[in-house]
Design a protein around this ligand. Structure first.
Ligand SMILES: Nc1ncnc2c1ncn2[C@@H]1O[C@H](COP(=O)(O)OP(=O)(O)OP(=O)(O)O)[C@@H](O)[C@H]1O
Length: 230
């Protein structure tokens, strides 16, 4: 794409965030967060409804300005992170790509080969000339996840990538995440923990404004903190 892209394809990259403090109407949502994702890792972010997962992803990406946030890559400050070419992309909970765009065009804008991106999903190639707005909710979601996953960034942040996607595709998508780990670092938040946890190298739980890095007995911890029933 002609753009300088120093972040892709050359060794280990470490994305760190701390100092992220967010309050709404005086009610603290995020306080004292430290988060780390490195290339080669799938990192899972869990937490109860309203715990601030989406807010945290926005703050890391730079979509939400946080005055004292420190987001760093390899120790170098990158705020807002999205301004650094090739560093990170982010799929919010809501649709990202315009409804009037065809998939072929969306893929070209993102510099992605749409056939490679949709490998393993037999019905997707036939949708290439559809507009995003013409697809079912689940198909549109799946395409957006796949296009961002295959776009050439060192990190991808996904807010609820599995939502709306049918079970047979959730498994294939999980495999695509695992494959993408060879190229990038992934930060995923989703309530489908049964599908998410087996993919994760690191699991974080957002709990009352703090981000806890869970240990090997994460299931017990998730019960203890009220995210799962015993
Ligand atoms: N713009 C805003 N103004 C006021 N409060 C907000 C705003 N955005 C988010 N909140 C509140 O901040 C809290 C965290 O919201 P957030 O969407 O980050 O949670 P979440 O963990 O992603 O939740 P879920 O699992 O339900 O998607 C919630 O209590 C929400 O109501």
């Amino acid at each position: 794409m002609g753009m300088k892209n120093e972040y892709v394809g050359s060794g280990l990259r470490v994305l760190e965030a701390d100092g992220i403090r967010v309050a709404f109407d005086g009610r603290p949502i995020l306080s004292d967060i430290y988060l780390r994702v490195q290339t080669g890792q799938v990192v899972g972010l869990l937490g109860r409804n309203g715990s601030g997962k989406s807010t945290l992803l926005q703050a890391v990406f730079g979509a939400r300005a946080v005055p004292d946030a420190s987001v760093r890559v390899d120790g170098r400050r990158v705020v807002p992170a999205f301004q650094t070419p090739g560093l990170v992309n982010y799929l919010p909970q809501a649709p990202l790509l315009p409804a009037g765009l065809t998939l072929r065009r969306a893929a070209r804008l993102l510099g992605v080969d749409p056939l490679a991106a949709s490998a393993g999903f037999p019905e997707l190639p036939a949708q290439l000339d559809c507009h995003l707005g013409e697809l079912s909710g689940g198909s549109a979601r799946l395409w957006q996840v796949l296009l961002l996953l295959h776009a050439n960034t060192a990190f991808s942040l996904f807010d609820e990538p599995f939502t709306g996607i049918m079970p047979v595709h959730v498994e294939t998508l999980g495999a695509a995440f695992q494959q993408a780990r060879q190229r990038k670092g992934l930060l995923l938040t989703d309530h489908r923990y049964a599908e998410l946890l087996p993919l994760c190298d690191v699991v974080y739980l957002l709990q009352q404004g703090r981000l806890l890095r869970l240990g090997p007995n994460f299931r017990d911890e998730l019960v203890e903190y009220g995210y799962l029933l015993a």
